[in-house]
Design a protein around this ligand. Structure first.
Ligand SMILES: NC(=O)c1ccc[n+]([C@@H]2O[C@H](COP(=O)([O-])OP(=O)(O)OC[C@H]3O[C@@H](n4cnc5c(N)ncnc54)[C@H](OP(=O)(O)O)[C@@H]3O)[C@@H](O)[C@H]2O)c1
Length: 241
């Protein structure tokens, strides 16, 4: 997938944060972008902002919850119809609930697993045939929490260890069709994750456009070569003293 123009990406959770950064980076390379979010207003607002980077018809948002199969299936079918096909899928949508395991509620557990893990499976499930047809590329946004566990992280760790394992196993199934699959595992990124609002004190963190650049670099790799699992972290946690 070295020639990027005339390609189309489908990004879950493209309204803000990492998904938005990836959408900006891909649009700047001439890739058309279909993206999702849960809320109509948020999707419309992100679509307006992203249009500053491209022609109006190059970007379109769809309201869909990744944890609801029919919702996501409807959005994917609409995107295939609107853009004529999907070549690149970014399973990015995610939430974080952090609490000691004995205080973690059932709702927190289910929302984390449904969104972060089942949502990644649903995202691949609804677009796998497109990827096979186009010899496309699937990238999941896991986390360093998909390999390092920590207190109060039981639900999040379970979901992200799951995403890492899911993507690597699915890669073994689909690469024989020429489909590339990569798991990106970031450390701290300056986003709206877990009700954070990015500000100047986040200067030392990875920025959302850095993950966007990483996605562009990945899809420009020679077709024969697949970086399948990537850990990426801030160079100096907290910044230089
Ligand atoms: N920030 C970090 O330090 C960090 C580090 C490692 C990995 N990650 C991962 O990066 C991914 C993106 O997170 P972020 O940091 O960019 O957070 P963010 O700024 O809060 O953005 C999250 C995105 O996911 C969407 N989303 C959440 N639940 C959804 C659902 N059920 N269905 C569809 N869309 C949903 C949100 O859209 P709406 O709110 O508009 O629905 C939003 O676009 C997540 O998977 C997260 O686990 C983040």
């Amino acid at each position: 997938m070295i020639h990027l123009t005339q390609k189309t990406a489908f990004i879950t959770g493209g309204t803000k944060g990492i998904g938005f950064g990836i959408a900006q980076a891909l649009l700047s390379q001439g890739v058309s972008v279909a993206f999702t979010g849960r809320h109509k207003a948020g999707v419309a607002q992100a679509q307006e902002l992203l249009k500053h980077h491209c022609h109006d018809s190059d970007v379109k948002g769809y309201t869909a919850d990744v944890g609801v199969f029919d919702d996501l299936d409807r959005a994917a079918r609409s995107a295939v119809k609107d853009f004529g096909g999907i070549d690149l899928v970014i399973a990015n949508a995610g939430v974080g609930h952090f609490a000691p395991v004995h205080e973690l509620s059932l709702d927190q557990w289910h929302e984390t697993i449904n969104t972060n893990l089942t949502g990644v499976f649903y995202t691949l499930k609804v677009l796998a045939q497109q990827l096979i047809q186009h010899r496309g590329y699937f990238i999941s946004i896991s986390s360093l929490a998909g390999t390092n566990f920590f207190g109060s992280g039981s639900a999040y760790n379970a979901s992200k260890f799951g995403v890492t394992g899911f993507t690597q196993a699915a890669m073994l199934d689909l690469r024989q069709f020429g489909v590339k699959m990569t798991t990106i595992m970031p450390g701290s990124v300056a986003t709206y994750f877990n009700n954070h609002t990015p500000d100047d004190s986040d200067f030392w963190k990875i920025q959302q456009e850095d993950i966007g650049q990483m996605v562009v670099d990945l899809i420009k790799m020679p077709p024969r070569t697949l970086p399948s699992k990537i850990e990426v972290r801030p160079t100096v946690p907290g910044g230089l003293k």
